[in-house]
Design a protein around this ligand. Structure first.
Ligand SMILES: Nc1ncnc2c1ncn2[C@@H]1O[C@H](COP(=O)(O)OP(=O)(O)OP(=O)(O)O)[C@@H](O)[C@H]1O
Ligand SMILES: [Mg+2]
Length: 383
């Protein structure tokens, strides 16, 4: 994950976004999940979940396939009936409230536009369903189209639009009735990388303008990091950890989170010893490392060292941790030099560095030293 440059949006553009008025007048509602769960036969797709989402928050949910992301969105929007628990929106239970009365805008992966309706008719549809007077409908349709910069496309059919344009129409359709909550399930996964990044910006902009609360599911951790205030990581039907992208990256709770968010060198710990200088950690493979982590009593744990936290040297450095090793692979991509260093017959450590005039490209087979701070030897649970 690229934390230094999580989005292509310039600071200036971002500043202008936050200054903009809330043009459509929607304001986000807070959501409380109070032990909500979903069971399909014997399988718990969503374990009892307790969670508070702040009004106006952009909340991302990531996790592997089948981890329960869509189920959590589904019980919120009302198209999946929860097995147990309650959801409160702005403090009121939404039990028994049908989906179309929940005032929730929805956007899905495959756009789901009506092919036989024009762009304008697609966007007008949710307003017609809600009995909005005809005269108002077209004013609001035009406003919504302006919001996604498709003013001139009102009479086109979806088949005559690109994927990104179709997804923008889907966004406009979800936003047109000023929902105070927008749920999006992998809305950009069908788009190519450039378009995805452009749309990330559009969605952020939409969020800033609308002020609605956003629940956003994605497979893409960098997308979540670029867009969300907080991220929840799901696995096996439950939220394993939640926090800002930075918190999750710097303080992963367990092995799963450490390896799901960004790259991690993970080594199983056989023994830990507290000393005045901090924690001395022995790994199963025989490395002895220093860590400044405050370790719990968890016996089944591993060390996690991020590749970006490690530096590479030709001579032995004066760092808290030093490991010599042999360069097995060296690869240059996107301004980053990636090395794979064999430090033990069974252990390869990944080391990344941003390329600069001072960095060196090592050669295969060369002996090098890896150095990193005790602060960067994280201790995470194995379970
Ligand atoms: N209608 C259903 N009947 C039975 N099991 C279901 C049903 N819908 C979902 N599941 C199961 O519930 C679990 C969670 O599914 P869910 O769709 O929430 O996963 P997801 O995290 O959204 O995955 P993906 O990233 O693939 O979209 C999965 O194991 C899935 O097989
Ligand atoms: Mg899903």
């Amino acid at each position: 994950m690229n934390l230094q440059n999580p989005t292509r949006v310039s600071d200036q553009k971002l500043a202008s976004l936050t200054e903009r008025p809330n043009v459509l007048g929607a304001s986000g509602r807070g959501i409380r999940y109070d032990g909500i769960s979903k069971r399909y036969g014997g399988a718990l797709a969503l374990k009892p979940t307790y969670l508070d989402i702040e009004p106006g928050e952009f909340f991302a949910i990531i996790g592997p396939s089948g981890s329960g992301k869509t189920t959590l969105l589904g019980v919120t929007a009302g198209f999946i009936a929860a097995t147990e628990g309650h959801i409160l929106i702005d403090g009121k239970s939404i039990e028994g409230v049908p989906p179309f009365k929940r005032n929730i805008g929805m956007v899905f992966q495959n756009y789901s536009l009506f092919p036989h309706k024009t762009v304008g008719q697609n966007i007008a549809f949710p307003l017609q369903m809600r009995g909005v007077p005809k005269a108002d409908i077209w004013v609001r349709v035009r406003d919504a189209l302006k919001l996604v910069r498709l003013d001139d496309f009102v009479d086109r059919y979806p088949s005559a639009l690109s994927g990104g344009q179709q997804q923008r129409v889907a966004l406009a359709r979800a936003a047109v009735y000023n929902p105070s909550l927008l749920v999006m399930d992998e809305p950009l996964s069908a788009l190519d990388k450039n378009l995805r990044e452009e749309m990330q910006y559009e969605i952020k902009q939409l969020h800033a303008k609308l002020g609605s609360t956003v629940l956003y599911v994605t497979h893409d951790q960098s997308e979540a990091a670029a867009m969300a205030h907080r991220i929840a990581i799901m696995n096996g039907g439950e939220i394993v950890q939640m926090g800002s992208a930075r918190e999750l990256y710097l303080r992963p709770r367990n092995r799963f989170v450490a390896s799901f968010l960004g790259q991690a060198n993970l080594l199983h710990v056989s023994r830990m010893e507290r000393s005045e200088a901090g924690l001395i950690v022995d790994t199963d493979c025989g490395l002895r490392l220093r860590s400044s982590a405050v370790a719990g009593d968890d016996e089944d744990c591993c060390v996690c060292i991020r590749p970006e936290a490690i530096r590479i040297f030709r001579t032995r450095p004066d760092t808290d941790n030093v490991q010599s090793g042999i360069v097995i692979d060296s690869m240059f991509t996107n301004g980053v030099q990636r090395h794979r260093i064999g430090v033990h017959p069974d252990v390869i450590i990944e080391q990344w560095q941003q390329i600069s005039s001072e960095s060196f490209a090592s050669e295969m087979g060369e002996t090098v030293f890896l150095g990193w701070n005790a602060n960067d030897t994280l201790i995470v649970s194995n379970t």
